[in-house]
Structure formats: structure tokens, C-alpha cells
Design a protein around this ligand. Structure first.
Ligand SMILES: [Zn+2]
Length: 599
């Protein structure tokens, strides 16, 4: 991947409006020079998230998430740095230049861009055709008959593919695209006698976009009942991958992050109906099974996913697989049981939004749902039937891991099967011992959903890490003392290579720590920007710095003493003496009223 020139990156940064970007995820209000709100990276009741609109930085005093506008987009949208730059450049209409590029990579990138362009043009053509052509009158009537308003149809760019065989083919060629490109974009296909023709004809088309709103392909519904198949999608290709696609994610991701919940429905029209009914956190999977890739994507925006899918037996097996993946993403999966034989889109469009909202609110945890359905379907009259039911629910219970909700559910099972509760518990333990997977290890064993490398969720910082970060930000806040302390902070005092790098960076760039940060080192960029934002709130000053430094030294010393003790034998006398001395000095500085690291 070639790199953007530093000037390009700066131009993008200058144009980006960080307040607008963050506001898609949390409500911000102005507080003096900065904006504050509830942190979009951790759960909280009182705002500790702060945004500096001038420097384009954010920082959370609760979970210490922090960085610049690029970092925010990377974290929230699961993008790498170059993609984040590209996304913001697109959004704010900034031209970016790249350093000289590896020719093969450049070609591949240009090709993807061309395929994306022709898909976007075609989407616009279809949408215009829906509203303007006489041929699409039936489609307009059909959509109106299903109670879809023009607003939601236009918002999602719903269109109509003409019945002619070559509209997209000839328009595409006229616009300078080769037949091979049109085919790679999934817009035309090869005929049996050679030649090519439009893939989508006489169908209502739904452009499928990625999270950034780029068209990846189409889903198309036949208008005439005799046309088969009823739904035709873009073929799997360079851009369209069914298993990774979430229809509506470009419109829903902001609302999902805000509501801290995603609602997964089955089809295109369910998404339209849900959004029209103000359930804006709705997306659709293409089918009844949700895939690891899709869960991975959703986990960037929320920890709770409500499945409002058809829960037949096949769907349930898929949900159980999803549960195992979800465990590794810290996702809570719940199931809203849609009444059998009723289409959520019709319920919503028919003005029954309240009922659907209630079903979503009453969604039960996935394992509980599964157990209840298994019990409902079991043949409870015969011992063999009850055994079969027990066989089915034990792995589900085991997958929940030890918890109160599991034990409660186990009691329900025993009760319904008319079995001894001890038997259920014994079977559960047996499952655990025979390699039955408890929730965490199962999750770890599940292959990652692939796709983009999503940033790891914020790990809570140790007391020592908080302390060293506090001291480093104080160095920025009080540069005169800062220089001295940076010198004293040898690597031994610091808990990891990133902090050591940050210390080295600050030693050289204390006056302007953000200028010229090496962009390819994400950890360093993130840490230094966090320190800089924090510095503005740190009182700093010699006393506080001295105290923090002594406490860090104490931590180092304790580590050495422990190590000596682990090897058997008493810690060396000089270490013990130093420990006592430090304790005295810390007491002295605390007595002097120095503030210590915020905890
Ligand atoms: Zn936070």
C-alpha cells in the first residue's frame, strides 16, 4: 500500500470536522474551548469524553481512549490508517496524493475504484429509472402498495432495472468501461451463445453499500410473480461478498452506535420498513444465518445485537454458531421472536411499529431462547423424548459458562422435563469435562471473522500504566520540569515498549508533541495524542511529578523484590533499604499535598 504524502494527510485533517464525526456516535455539548459527552468507547453515565475541535483530538478520562480524528475513524469504523484518511478525504472532498506506489498495488486500487464508480453510476441510473420511466410504473405502485414512502426509498437509493437486455451494458460501454469490467462489477453476464447482457432486468433493485456508503453490489426483486428467482443478488466478486454484507449498514451505523444496539432483520424491505418506522438501527443479513464477518462488523458499533430473524430449525443452528463467535467479540445476542407467518416489513408498514418495537424490547438472550424452543418442541410424554430434549439443551447451557442465568435456566429445564435438577447439573459438568466448550475458550477457538483487522477493544489500564501516563502528560504540561523527569524515566521505569517510545518521542518533541508523529506507528500516535489532551487538564508541577515518579520507582522496586523472593531467599538488603526510604519520601510528598495519578 502506498502512503499518502504528509501534506495530503494534513490537508485532510484540516478539513475534517471532528465534532461532526464524533456526533454520529454520541451527543456532544460545548464546554468552554472543548466539547464533552458520554464516551462512545465505554459505558458511562456521566460524561468524561472530551473533544478538542481545533486540534482535532479526543480523549476519555474514564477509559483513556484517545487520539486524533483519524484514530477516531479507525477505531469506530474498524479501518486502517490509510483507509481512514481515504474515508475522510472522500467525505470532505479533499484530493489526496500518494507517494510513488508499487505499480501492481496501484493497478489493483485503480481497478477497484473503477468498479466502484461504475456500480455507483448504475445505482443512480436505476434510481432515476424507478422515478422517471413509464416502464417502472408497476414497480412504483408495488412499493407504494407496501406503504413505502418516497423518502425512505430515495434515502436507500432503491431503483428499477429496465427490462431491456442491454441498457446497463451499452451505457457502461459508452461511459468508457470495458465489458470485462462490467462483468467483474456483476452488472452484466455472458450469454450462452457468447455476447453479454444485463444481469438485472425488470426488477426492483436495492443497492448494497458498505459502511462507508460505497456500492458493492445489488439485490434485486422480481416484479412479476412468475419470474424466478424472486430475489437475485450480485454474484460474489471482487467487491460483493454476501457473507460480509450488512444491508443498510451505511445508514444504520450511527443509530446503532447511539442506541447501543443493532437489530438484524432478514431482507431489504424489512430494513426499509424498520427505518421508516424510526427503528434506524436495523440492518439485514442476506438470508437467515448471521455470519462471523457480519458480527465482527457490528461489534465495532455496539455490544448488543437483536436478531429479528425467522427462527426455524436451520436458523437456530446458525444462531448457535453465532453465539460462539459472539462470545469472542463480547457481543450479547438476543432473539426477538417474530410471530410465525408474519412479515416484519408488513407489520411495520401496516402501522404496527409499536408491536415490533415491543418484540425487540422483549428479546430474550439467545441461549434462553434456544432452550425454550427445544423444550416447546420436545416430546415430553415419553422418557426417550425427554432424554432427547436434554441432549439438545445441555450443550447450550454449557456454552453459557457458569452463571446465575445458566443455573436458573437449568432449573427450568429440570422442571419442564420432570427431571432431578442434580441430573441436569451432572450432565452439565460432564459436558464441561468431556471437552464441552465453555463460553470463553470456545470463543477463542473460533477462527476470527476475517475482514479488516478491527482494533482490539480498550483494555483497562493497570495502576502503574495510569501513573506513567499521568507523569508523561505532566511532562508536556510543565515542560521545564518535564525535561528533567523525561531524563530520569529510564526504560526500566516504563511498563512497555510503546511507553518507552512515547518517552523518547517527548524527549525530542516536548514543545510540539503532535507535529510530525510517524503515522505508521498507530500505537505511538494514539498514546502521544492521548497524553497531549490529558496534559491540558493535568495540574502538573514539581510536587505531583515527584510523587508520581517515586511511586513508579516503588513499583519497579516491588517487582525486583518479588523476583528475589520467588527465587527463594530474602531480597537483598539494599533493596529493602531502598523500599523503606521510598515509602518515607512518598509520605513526605503526599503530606505536601501533591496530587497523584487520577484513578
Ligand atoms: Zn471512555
Amino acid at each position: 500500500m502506498s502512503r499518502f504524502t504528509p501534506e495530503s494527510v494534513e490537508r485532510v485533517k484540516d478539513s475534517a470536522d471532528i465534532v461532526e464525526i464524533v456526533s454520529a456516535y454520541t451527543e456532544l455539548r460545548r464546554a468552554g474551548e472543548r466539547y464533552v459527552g458520554l464516551c462512545p468507547f465505554h459505558d458511562e453515565r456521566t460524561p468524561s469524553f472530551s473533544v478538542d475541535s481545533r486540534e482535532k483530538l479526543y480523549y476519555c478520562f474514564g477509559c483513556e481512549a484517545g487520539g486524533d480524528v483519524f484514530r477516531f475513524v479507525q477505531e469506530k469504523e474498524g479501518l486502517g490508517f490509510p483507509e481512514a484518511v481515504e474515508a475522510l478525504a472522500d467525505r470532505y472532498g479533499v484530493e489526496v496524493e500518494r507517494d510513488s506506489e508499487d505499480p501492481r498495488a496501484e493497478e489493483a486500487r485503480k481497478r477497484r475504484a473503477r468498479l466502484g464508480d461504475v456500480l455507483e453510476r448504475t445505482a443512480q441510473f436505476y434510481a432515476q429509472y424507478l422515478w422517471d420511466s413509464a416502464e417502472a410504473r408497476k414497480a412504483r405502485e408495488y412499493l407504494a402498495g407496501r406503504e413505502f414512502g418516497e423518502e425512505v426509498l430515495r434515502e436507500f437509493g432503491v431503483g428499477y432495472a429496465p427490462s431491456a437486455w442491454d441498457q446497463v451494458l451499452t451505457r457502461g460501454q459508452r461511459a468508457g468501461y470495458s465489458v470485462a469490467e462490467l462483468q467483474a462489477a456483476g452488472l452484466v453476464q455472458k450469454g450462452q451463445k457468447g455476447g453479454h447482457y444485463d444481469r438485472f432486468r425488470a426488477r426492483i433493485v436495492f443497492p448494497v453499500r458498505d459502511a462507508r456508503g460505497r456500492v458493492q453490489g445489488f439485490g434485486a426483486r422480481a416484479l412479476r410473480p412468475e419470474t424466478k428467482p424472486k430475489y437475485l443478488n450480485s454474484p460474489e466478486g471482487e467487491l460483493y461478498k454476501k457473507s460480509a454484507t450488512l444491508y443498510g449498514i451505511d445508514r444504520a451505523r450511527g443509530p446503532i452506535a447511539k442506541a447501543q444496539r443493532a437489530v438484524v432483520v432478514e431482507g431489504y424491505t424489512d430494513v426499509l420498513a424498520a427505518h421508516q418506522a424510526e427503528i434506524r438501527e436495523a440492518v439485514a443479513v442476506m438470508g437467515t444465518a448471521i455470519t462471523p464477518e457480519q458480527l465482527q462488523q457490528l461489534s465495532r458499533y455496539t455490544e448488543e445485537v437483536v436478531l429479528a430473524l425467522d427462527a426455524d430449525r436451520a436458523g437456530r443452528a446458525a444462531m448457535l454458531r453465532a453465539q460462539r463467535v459472539a462470545g469472542s467479540k463480547k457481543l450479547r445476542l438476543r432473539v426477538a421472536s417474530m410471530p410465525a407467518g408474519e412479515d416484519p416489513a408488513d407489520m411495520l408498514a401496516g402501522g404496527d411499529g409499536e408491536r415490533v418495537r415491543r418484540l425487540i424490547a422483549e428479546a430474550v438472550e439467545l441461549p434462553e431462547f434456544h432452550v425454550r424452543v427445544a423444550l416447546d418442541e420436545a416430546d415430553l410424554a415419553s422418557p426417550a423424548g425427554r432424554d432427547r430434549a436434554l441432549d439438545e439443551v445441555v450443550p447450550v447451557l454449557a456454552a453459557m459458562g457458569e452463571s446465575i442465568s445458566r443455573d436458573e435456566l437449568a432449573r427450568v429445564v429440570a422442571d419442564r422435563l420432570n427431571a432431578d435438577p442434580d441430573l441436569v447439573m451432572r450432565r452439565l459438568r460432564g459436558q464441561a469435562e468431556s471437552g464441552g466448550r465453555t463460553r470463553r475458550p470456545a470463543a477463542a477457538a473460533e477462527p476470527d471473522g476475517g475482514g479488516n483487522a478491527a482494533p482490539a477493544p480498550a483494555r483497562p489500564l493497570s495502576a502503574r500504566e495510569r501513573r506513567e501516563r499521568a507523569l508523561l502528560s505532566m511532562c508536556i504540561a510543565s515542560p521545564a520540569e518535564g525535561r528533567e523527569f523525561l531524563e530520569r524515566l529510564t526504560p526500566e521505569y516504563l511498563s512497555g515498549p510503546v511507553t518507552v517510545k512515547a518517552r523518547d518521542w517527548l524527549t525530542e518533541h516536548l514543545a510540539e508533541p503532535l507535529a510530525g508523529l510517524p503515522r505508521d506507528d498507530e500505537e505511538l500516535v494514539s498514546l502521544v495524542t492521548a497524553l497531549k489532551v490529558r496534559a491540558e487538564r493535568e495540574p502538573g508541577g514539581r510536587e505531583a511529578m515527584e510523587l508520581n515518579f517515586l511511586q513508579l520507582e516503588q513499583a519497579v522496586l516491588e517487582g525486583r523484590i518479588h523476583a528475589a523472593e520467588r527465587q527463594g531467599g530474602d531480597p537483598p538488603v539494599d533493596l529493602q533499604r531502598r523500599r523503606n526510604e521510598l515509602a518515607e519520601r512518598i509520605k513526605h510528598w503526599e503530606g505536601a499535598g501533591a496530587g497523584t495519578a487520577r484513578n
